[in-house]
Design a protein. Structure first.
Lengths: 431, 431
C-alpha cells in the first residue's frame, strides 16, 4: 500500500536515502566556478563561470535521467516525466548565480537539492503521477543588470519584464541581449517572450533554501516551512554636483555629491528604524562616488538601496520617506538628483496552503521538528507565486550568515532539508 | 645696457614674444594622452599615457635645445646651460599627470610654460648666467600610490620617502618599483636614492600654475604671486563589519561598515566647518564600500580624506577630530577600524622673498596687475621649498574650476603668465 505521498508505507519513507555527502561534493565543485578566490564565490550572469555552472547543472540533471531543456534566457529545466504527462508538473529549484564575494549555499542548495530529491525518490522506485521538474533560474541576484529574479520574472511574465530585459545594459554598457548571446543564448532577442509560462504549466512549486537568518539555528529546529515571502523594493539614486579641487574649492562654494550620498544612506537607516517594526529592513548596498580621487570634491554619487518588509504599506512608506529625503538633501546641498528610479517594488507573496501542508506532513513523517516562518529574503518563488501555488523549505545556516564567504549549512541539515523536499514533491506530484 | 633681468632695456622686454598659440596647441596635444575620452583627461603615473606624455615633454625640451636628463624615478630636467655652469641653477616646472576625469591645464601649464619661457628668452638672445632648468615632476597627483608629489618629495629627500616608495603598492597590488620598471625606469630600485638633491643644485625654483581658485578671475587680475602654500594632510581610513544579506539580516543585528563610512564623511565636513575659518577645507574624495551589491549589507568601507589649511595647528586639530570621530563611530556601530593612516601631514611653505620680488618686478615691468596670494592647493613647490627658495606664479582659470574636464585658462592669461615667468627666470638666473 502507498501513503498519500505515494511512497510505500512502513519502510521506504523512513529509509528514504538522501546522499548528503555527494550533495556536499557537488556544492563544493560548483563553488569552484567563481570569479574570486575561495572561500568567496562570485558568479555573475552570463559570465564564463556562470556558463560553467550551467553546464554542470545540466550534466547532473542528465545523469539523473532527467530530460533537460533551456528557455531563451537560460532558465534550465530537468524533467522527470510523470505517469500522466498531460497534468501540470511540480517544480522545484532555485538559482546558482552568486553576488560578489558571496558563499556557496545560497541558491545552490535549492538547485542541487532538487536534483538529489528526485534521485532519492528514484532510489525508492517512486513513480510520479505529475512530472517533477528540477529548475535552475537565470540570475536571481541583481548583480549584473540591477534587478533580480530575471528568470522567474520572465516565467511569470511579470510587469514589463520583456521590454525591460530588451532595454537593460550592465555597468559596462553591455546589453542583456548581447550578454545572453555571449553565453550561448543566440535567439534570446527573437524568442524572449517564449520564456513566459501560463498557469497550466505547474500545479505547485517548492524551493529549498538556506534560511539566511538566525532563527532555526538559534532555536535548534532543522526545518522551516515558509508561509510568506517579504515584499522587496529597490531604488537607484544619483546625485550630481560640480566637483572641484579639494584644496582650492572653499567649503561655502561646494556642492559635494558624495556627502549628499552619505546623508541619504544614513536617511535610509533612519526611515527604516522609524517604522518601529523589526520586520522592516533597508540597506544602501551600493554607494559609489565619482571621480573618486582623494584630492577631488566628489561630483557624482550613485546609490542602490534595498527596502523590504512583510507589510507592503509599511515598506512603501519607507520608500516614500527616502524619496523625500533625497529631495531635501539635494535642495540643502545644492546638488541635482540625476536619477531616482524605483527598480522594483513587488508585493509580498503567500505560500500555497497545499504546499505548506505537504511540507509540514513531510517533516512530521520524518520526525523532524519544523517552524512556520516568513522569508525576509526574496526568492524566485516570489514570482513563481504569480503562476502557481508555491512554498519554500528552509534549513538552518551558520549564524544566519548569507552573501558572505562564511555562509554555511551542515551536511546533516541539508540532508534533512532534501528529505523533506523529496517527500513534499512526492506528495504534490501524487495529488 | 641690460636691466636687472639681463634683458636689454628699452625694447626687448616689452617685445618679449611668448608664443601662446603654440603653447595652446601643445597643451591640446598633451591632453590627447588620456585614459578617458575628451574633454576629460586621466593620466596616471607610469601608465602608457603617462609615458607618452613624458616622451612628448622630452621632445619639446630637445627641440628647445635643452639637454635632457631623467632621474631614477622619472623626474625630467631640460637644462639651458648658463655662462657659469658652476653656479646653482634656476628651476621651473610642474607636473603632467592628471587625476581621473580631470582637465588639461593643471600642472601642464607649468611644464610646457617653463619650456616656452626659455624659448621666449632664447628669442631675445638672453644669455643666462645660472643655468635655467625646465622640470617635469613625477606624479604630483596621489592617484596611483595614495600620496602626491612623489618626484619632488624624492628630490627633497623628504621624510622616509625612499623607504615608502620601495614599500608602496597600488590598488592592484603592483609595487612602485614594478610600475616604474614597466615605464622604462629599469634601475629604479638600485638608484632610488640618487633622485635626492642637495641644497646646492638650485638657487631658486618657480612654478607657473593655474590658480585652481576663483579669486583672480573674479577680481580681473591676470597674475597671482604666491607667498605661501597651504599645509596639506591626507588620511586613509578603513571600517569593517560583518556584512550579510540585505533582506534577512535584521537592523538590530547589523554592523554596517558603509554607514560608518558615510557618517565619517559627514563628520569630516563638521570638523572642518567647526574650525570657523574659510581657509580650512576637508574632503572625503574616496568612499568605497565592499562588496557593493544592492542586496548585501556593506562589510567594509574605505575612505581617503584630504584636509588643508594655511594654519598648520588648525589643520592638525581637524585631523585629530576626524580620528576621534572614527573611533566613536566605530564604537557606536560596532565595526572595527582596520586602518587609520596619516598618509601625509606636511607643514605649509613660505615663498622665498627674492622670488616674490622677482615675480612682482616682472609683472610690473610688463604693466600687469598682480595679487599676492596663498596657494590652497599644494604643489611640488611645497617640497622644493625644502631644498631651495621657491615661488609660484598663478594665472586665472574659469570659475576656479580644477580637477574637472571644464578646467580652463585663456591663451591670453597663459601668455601673460609665461611672460612673467620668463622675466622672473631671467632675473633669478642673472643674480
Ligand atoms: Mn542571494
Ligand atoms: Mn538565494
Ligand atoms: Mn592637481
Ligand atoms: Mn597641479
Amino acid at each position: 500500500s502507498t501513503g498519500s505521498d505515494g511512497i510505500c508505507k512502513g519502510g521506504a519513507r523512513e529509509t528514504l536515502f538522501v546522499d548528503g555527502a555527494k550533495l556536499q561534493e557537488q556544492i563544493d565543485e560548483l563553488a569552484g566556478f567563481s570569479d574570486t578566490p575561495a572561500p568567496t564565490v562570485t558568479r555573475i550572469l552570463y559570465t564564463p563561470n556562470d556558463v560553467a555552472a550551467r553546464r554542470y547543472v545540466k550534466t547532473l540533471m542528465s545523469e539523473a535521467g532527467l530530460s533537460v531543456r533551456e528557455d531563451a534566457i537560460g532558465n534550465i529545466f530537468g524533467r522527470w516525466e510523470g505517469s500522466d504527462p498531460s497534468l501540470p508538473a511540480v517544480g522545484s529549484g532555485s538559482h546558482t548565480d552568486a553576488i560578489p564575494y558571496a558563499g556557496k549555499y545560497d541558491g545552490v542548495l535549492g538547485v542541487l537539492g532538487a536534483i538529489e530529491a528526485i534521485r532519492a525518490l528514484q532510489r525508492v522506485n517512486f513513480q510520479p503521477k505529475r512530472a517533477i521538474e528540477a529548475v535552475m533560474f537565470t540570475s536571481e541576484e541583481p548583480t549584473r543588470f540591477g534587478f533580480g529574479c530575471l528568470g522567474s520574472r520572465a516565467m511569470a511574465k511579470s510587469g514589463e519584464i520583456f521590454d525591460i530585459l530588451r532595454a537593460s545594459k550592465d555597468a559596462n554598457n553591455v546589453s542583456f541581449v548581447e550578454a545572453a548571446r555571449s553565453a550561448g543564448y543566440g535567439d534570446v532577442e527573437e524568442k524572449l517572450e517564449s520564456s513566459g509560462l501560463g498557469h497550466e504549466v505547474y500545479s505547485a512549486f517548492v524551493e529549498l533554501h538556506i534560511e539566511q537568518g538566525p532563527l532555526l539555528e538559534k532555536e535548534g529546529i532543522p526545518i522551516g516551512v515558509v508561509t510568506a515571502i517579504a515584499a522587496p523594493a529597490s531604488l537607484k539614486v544619483g546625485f550630481k554636483g560640480d566637483g572641484g579641487h579639494a584644496g582650492a574649492l572653499l567649503m561655502p562654494d561646494r556642492n559635494d555629491a558624495g556627502l549628499a550620498g552619505a546623508e541619504l544612506a544614513l536617511a535610509v537607516e533612519e526611515h527604516v528604524l522609524a517604522s518601529g517594526s523589526v520586520d522592516t529592513v533597508g540597506t544602501t548596498g551600493v554607494l559609489e562616488i565619482h571621480p573618486g580621487a582623494v584630492n577631488s570634491v566628489p561630483r557624482e554619487a550613485r546609490l542602490e538601496i534595498d527596502v523590504r518588509d512583510i507589510d507592503e504599506a509599511r515598506r512603501d512608506k519607507v520608500v516614500a520617506g527616502i524619496r523625500a529625503s533625497a529631495e531635501s538633501i539635494a535642495k540643502k546641498r545644492n546638488v541635482r538628483i540625476t536619477n531616482f528610479e524605483v527598480v522594483n517594488q513587488d508585493p509580498p507573496a503567500k505560500s500555497g496552503e497545499k504546499i505548506v501542508e505537504a511540507a509540514k506532513q513531510a517533516a512530521e513523517s520524518l520526525g523532524l521538528e519544523y517552524k512556520l516562518m516568513i522569508s525576509r529574503a526574496y526568492h524566485d518563488s516570489l514570482f513563481m507565486a504569480r503562476i502557481t501555488p508555491m512554498g519554500m523549505i528552509f534549513v538552518p545556516c551558520f549564524k544566519g550568515y548569507s552573501h558572505r564567504p562564511d555562509e554555511f549549512a551542515s551536511v546533516e541539515d541539508m540532508t534533512k532539508g532534501v528529505q523533506v523536499l523529496a517527500l513534499t514533491l512526492s506528495q504534490l506530484s501524487s495529488a
